[in-house]
Design a protein around this ligand. Structure first.
Ligand SMILES: *[C@@H]1O[C@H](CO)[C@@H](O)[C@H](O)[C@H]1NC(C)=O
Ligand SMILES: *[C@@H]1O[C@H](CO)[C@@H](O)[C@H](O)[C@H]1NC(C)=O
Ligand SMILES: *[C@@H]1O[C@H](CO)[C@@H](O)[C@H](O)[C@H]1NC(C)=O
Ligand SMILES: *[C@@H]1O[C@H](CO)[C@@H](O)[C@H](O)[C@H]1NC(C)=O
Ligand SMILES: *[C@@H]1O[C@H](CO)[C@@H](O)[C@H](O)[C@H]1NC(C)=O
Ligand SMILES: *[C@@H]1O[C@H](CO)[C@@H](O)[C@H](O)[C@H]1NC(C)=O
Length: 454
């Protein structure tokens, strides 16, 4: 038997929503429950509004108002059906004994027609007239069934609209979710970097990736983490260069194919350039100005003087070449290695803000720059080689975290005997070197202790 019930008023989305949030307890978005019948034989339709404040999102307001009205219409119709069916049901119940009586009489008279008297016929007619309204009840049921079919259709339409709205809500939440994922990813990366950080203990055998350019130069990949950038940049020479070659991949660099050229508006000095977060950071020729050149927009975003820093081949590494200012990046950010007259030529290391090129913090390592072959940074520790020539070793380490130094003795194979550039890429855990016109890679071994609370 078909009887219906109205969705509980508290669960109905209200047309003027906006006051004190919405309906507590429903957090899953719009839900339409419609069952054929409950244990009492009643048709139940329930619409639960989501807990989120949808009112704030204007484009959906109109749709929601329409939806609300439709739900209310369905509910009203259901109420009508409910009222009528319960009344009719009562009528049918009341008529049941009558029907049984008539049925019994008819059977008797069919079996023995003689017993049918005019009196009993009169009685039967009376009972029949009492039962006649049942016809209209049956008729009403037919109409109700049509109405129910319409209601069912409307409910179906409703659920389609609800699905559409849910998808919109889903799209909104997706962005939110994406933000959270990104944040999580960043935190994960910094955590991984901390876990993955350690003290340099060994340098692998070299692999010569390519032989190109002059004796002096630099080449690199983006040193920022995270980055999916696979481009390789090459800058030949140390004096007044302006031409940067950008290769799509390491494979293209090796084969010398698929490259574009960038012509820097200001020439460079030395080989201490670094690519970080899609920008080239370099020392402007005959100055201590640092330049940030953005590859995608092909424009200079920033110029700032590294105050006090020596330049113009005043305080180079042992090989010369205007290598006064060496920029680099490690797991912890962007750094500048240089020296100044007040520091008596000892290596200074400064943490830079990549967005402003301002110095965030500086350390005086006490190591004379003219005695250094090259320097590179790993996990906040500066490593200095004692020569650019054959037999060079990683000789000195300065830990910026503890502001302390130690002498080290980490050999590496310098097969072309003239290293004019040596930088660590934290993403690849590799040392990039330019050795006498050869582009050479080394892997590094880091020793780290992971602390546990056990
Ligand atoms: C709800 O019912 C009213 C009156 O029958 C009608 O005018 C209106 O269009 C209906 N609304 C919807 C959304 O179906
Ligand atoms: C349901 O949607 C269809 C297609 O949009 C429409 O033709 C039909 O009239 C709707 N029915 C009801 C009861 O709203
Ligand atoms: C990286 O570059 C993007 C824009 O290209 C910028 O929004 C972001 O702040 C930069 N991050 C760092 C650490 O420099
Ligand atoms: C840089 O050094 C060269 C050669 O020693 C010299 O001619 C030039 O004037 C210097 N430029 C600056 C800005 O110090
Ligand atoms: C820095 O040093 C402190 C104690 O001196 C230590 O707890 C911390 O883990 C160190 N951080 C890094 C990145 O080495
Ligand atoms: C560094 O290690 C990776 C992974 O083991 C290897 O594929 C790569 O060839 C190594 N590079 C060098 C220079 O040894």
């Amino acid at each position: 038997h078909l009887v219906s019930t109205v969705p509980p008023k508290a669960m109905m989305p209200s047309a003027n929503c906006g006051q004190n949030g919405l309906y507590p307890g429903s957090e899953e978005g719009w839900q339409v429950y419609s069952t054929a019948s409950d244990p009492d034989g009643r048709c139940v339709c329930t619409v639960v509004a989501p807990a989120r404040n949808l009112c704030k999102r204007d484009p959906r307001n109109q749709q929601l108002r329409l939806l609300t009205e439709q739900v209310q219409n369905v509910s009203q119709s259901m109420e009508v059906v409910d009222l009528r069916t319960s009344r009719d049901l009562q009528y049918v119940r009341d008529s049941e004994p009558l029907l049984r009586g008539v049925d019994g009489h008819l059977h008797t008279y069919v079996a023995s027609p003689r017993t049918l008297t005019s009196k009993t016929l009169q009685e039967l007619k009376g009972q029949m007239s009492q039962l006649r309204p049942l016809l209209s009840v049956v008729e009403q049921y037919r109409l109700d069934l049509q109405m129910l079919a319409t209601l069912r259709m409307e409910l179906l339409n409703l659920s389609i609209i609800l699905t559409a709205i849910q998808e919109e809500v889903g799209a909104y939440d997706y962005e939110e979710l994406q933000q959270r994922v990104l944040l999580l990813e960043t935190r994960l990366h910094s955590c991984m970097n901390k876990l993955g950080c350690g003290r340099l203990t060994a340098v692998s055998n070299p692999i010569t990736v390519k032989s190109s350019g002059s004796r002096f130069g630099s080449w690199m990949t983006d040193a920022m983490i995270p980055s999916s950038d696979s481009r390789v940049w090459s800058m030949d020479g140390y004096y007044k260069g302006r031409r940067v070659l950008e290769y799509r991949t390491m494979g293209d660099f090796t084969k010398g194919q698929n490259f574009v050229q960038h012509l820097l508006p200001h020439p460079w000095a030395g080989t201490g350039h670094v690519v970080y977060n899609g920008s080239l950071y370099y020392n402007k020729h005959q100055s201590n100005i640092l330049v940030q050149y953005h590859f995608r927009s092909r424009s200079v975003l920033l110029q700032r003087s590294l105050s006090g820093a020596g330049y113009n081949n005043t305080f180079p590494y042992s090989w010369g070449g205007s290598s006064d200012i060496d920029l680099m990046a490690d797991e912890t950010g962007l750094w500048a290695v240089y020296t100044s007259i007040p520091n008596a030529g000892n290596i200074m290391v400064s943490r830079l803000d990549p967005r402003s090129l301002e110095i965030l913090q500086s350390w005086d390592t006490g190591f004379p720059k003219r005695s250094a072959g090259e320097a590179f940074m790993i996990c906040g520790t500066l490593y200095v080689t004692n020569s650019h020539l054959a037999g060079a070793k990683v000789h000195f380490a300065y830990n910026t975290n503890t502001s302390s130094y130690e002498y080290t003795d980490i050999p590496f194979h310098n097969q072309y005997s003239h290293i004019s550039m040596m930088d660590y890429n934290p993403r690849e855990r590799a040392l990039y070197t330019w050795n006498n016109g050869h582009q050479v890679l080394y892997n590094v071994t880091l020793f780290h202790v992971i602390q546990s609370d056990g």
